[in-house]
Design a protein around this ligand. Structure first.
Ligand code: NAD
Length: 253
């Protein structure tokens, strides 16, 4: 049973400015492993020990093998009802920004348009020498580590631990958080900064904060409404129009 207050549904229906932050949890039901779940482990390495500039400098092939594994895993996966609900929300909102920490491209695949990718994109490669960026959607790359035409190594155009976020993306995210009436945080543990500060920025600026997660997180104490449940089950209910009155107790599968 998913419990969503009538107030939250009403606030969402009345909001004209909406910002949404998504994390690995929204893609979990599409089959993408989260970092912090046990299923997120790959050959006993912690993501924090692979997704770093130091790891890439030390062993680019190992880091690329991990990314290749993730690309192969994700290539055949489809967006779920949570991704699709956010496309609906975007369509009916005047001002909307979907801020994602995910690098899997599933929001794009679902049809989201007004998005900011805070942590980059697994399907874009960047040269460590000439900095050229280009999309390469092949699940398996023929050579690991791949090289640029200029001869230098290519890397995934994602933000690694210890690296700054892309400036423009971050500025757009902060602006949307500071302006929105409603901020929804879905499927994120709230421990990866600076992304985790966005709900706080929104809250301080007066937004109504809704969290969707299967468990309490570091952000739960800030939220006006914590909805416990799977993003793929909760978001479609949340985005549906409000019922006449009272608290909605929604049976889900
Ligand atoms: P995280 O792994 O730290 O946390 C995932 C959160 O999702 C947890 O709080 C968990 O309780 C919740 N969750 C799990 N299943 C859920 C479901 N079905 N519905 C709702 N919530 C669910 O992920 P994070 O907060 O995004 O931060 C970790 C970093 O990992 C980010 O930088 C992100 O870029 C990266 N990452 C991305 C992907 C991806 O692109 N899909 C996958 C793994 C990690």
């Amino acid at each position: 049973m998913i419990s969503i207050s009538h107030r939250a549904l009403e606030r969402l229906a009345a909001a004209s400015r909406i910002a949404v932050l998504t994390g690995a949890g929204i893609s979990a039901e599409s089959g993408v492993p989260t970092f912090r779940g046990a299923e997120g482990l790959w050959r006993k390495f912690r993501p924090e020990d692979l997704a770093t500039p130091e790891a890439f400098a030390r062993d680019p092939r190992l880091v690329w093998e991990w990314y290749q594994w993730r690309r192969e895993l994700i290539a055949s996966l489809s967006p779920n009802a949570g991704h699709l609900a956010l496309v609906e929300l975007e369509k009916r909102s005047d001002e909307f920004l979907l801020i994602t920490q995910n690098v899997d491209g599933l929001h794009d695949k679902a049809g989201s348009k007004r998005t900011v990718k805070l942590h980059g994109d697994l399907w874009t490669l960047r040269c460590t020498g000439c900095s050229i960026e280009f999309e390469d959607r092949r699940a398996a790359l023929p050579e690991l580590p791949p090289r640029c035409r200029c001869g230098r190594l290519l890397r995934p155009a994602v933000v690694w631990f210890g690296e700054p976020l892309p400036r423009k993306a971050w500025e757009r995210a902060v602006e949307a958080a500071a302006r929105c009436d409603i901020f929804i945080s879905a499927g994120t543990s709230g421990v990866v900064y600076p992304a985790a500060s966005l709900p706080l920025i929104a809250k301080r600026a007066g937004a109504y904060l809704i969290e969707v997660n299967v468990e309490s997180t570091a952000l739960s104490h800030l939220a006006d409404e914590v909805i416990l449940g799977r993003a793929a089950a909760v978001l479609p209910k949340l985005v549906a129009q409000p019922s006449p009155a009272g608290r909605q107790d929604l049976a889900t599968t």
